[in-house]
Write a protein that binds this ligand. Structure first.
Ligand code: KMH
Ligand code: ZN
Length: 273
């Protein structure tokens, strides 16, 4: 069984700073969280940025500054979200790639997202995939529902392998409107993965732990962070992102699949190879 790639998703676009005061939203808070998470076992960071008002933004200069600061102050693989917030226009989401991160997320279809709709049209998916191929950015294919794995097969069949030559999928489970966050659904998803693909999984909210156990048992990798859950246990709020990464790293070690270093994760994903 391989070592475990742990991705931290520290911020997201959904939680308000006013409701979650320990959410990292400034560049300083983000870099400090990233360093703490690297220290306890993360090898990749999935980044959504916020503006001066702490609201989600896809501001180009801020994105570039964020990539530069994370590269300077950590060894983590820097993955920018091309998903943004549900209100972000396609053009702004495509322009995220101009900040030239190591990796970017690429969602494989439209999904109901709580009371909202997270729109990902086929033509938009193809454009994201092609621009990442052109720029040498390694995608992480985000899967919110099982049918999106059929879309991934269609994408690879029609438009070829991604930059780096390796397919890596992240199962985002337990979103209200998407696939449930449980072991049976995770196993069903694995049957639909492209051959040779690696996968990580994350469970939103209270599905975090069941998804983590199932992913580890199935040889998968882990994503954790305050984007996905702000509860550490019933009635107990998350202290910070490093607390979630440390728990994931501990469980991975118990499973004899210790956390990967960022260099090992680069090798797996085909980043900078
Ligand atoms: N914030 C969600 C609408 C991604 O980062 O690519 C989408 C999301 C997925 O978080
Ligand atoms: Zn995200």
């Amino acid at each position: 069984m391989p070592a475990t790639l742990i991705t931290v998703a520290p911020t997201g676009a959904e939680h308000a700073k006013a409701d979650v005061p320990n959410l990292p939203v400034t560049l300083e808070e983000l870099v400090s969280t990233a360093r703490d998470c690297e220290r306890v076992g993360a090898s990749m960071i999935h980044v959504h940025i916020r503006g001066a008002d702490a609201k989600p933004t896809l501001d180009q200069q801020r994105l570039r500054d964020t990539v530069a600061a994370l590269r300077e102050q950590t060894s983590l693989i820097v993955q920018l979200s091309s998903g943004g917030a549900v209100t972000d226009p396609e053009a702004d989401r495509l322009a995220v790639l101009d900040a030239l991160p190591d990796s970017a997320s690429c969602t494989m279809g439209t999904v109901n997202f709580g009371d909202d709709v997270f729109m990902n049209r086929w033509e938009f998916i193809v454009e994201l995939h092609k621009r990442m191929q052109e720029r040498g950015i390694v995608p992480e294919y985000e899967i919110f529902d099982l049918g999106q794995l059929a879309t991934l097969h269609r994408l690879l069949d029609q438009h070829g392998l991604p930059a780096g030559g390796h397919v890596h999928v992240d199962l985002v489970m337990g979103v209200p409107g998407g696939m449930p966050g449980d072991a049976e659904t995770l196993v069903a998803a694995l049957r639909l993965l492209p051959e040779g693909a690696s996968f990580s999984a994350t469970g939103i909210g209270r599905t975090s732990l069941p998804v983590m156990f199932a992913a580890l048992a199935a040889g998968g990798h882990l994503r954790v962070g305050m984007e996905d859950t702000i509860s550490y246990a019933r009635g107990e709020r998350v202290k910070d992102n490093a607390q979630l990464v440390a728990r994931a790293a501990g469980l991975a070690r118990i499973g004899q699949r210790p956390p990967m270093t960022p260099d090992e994760a680069r090798e797996l994903l085909g980043v900078n190879v």
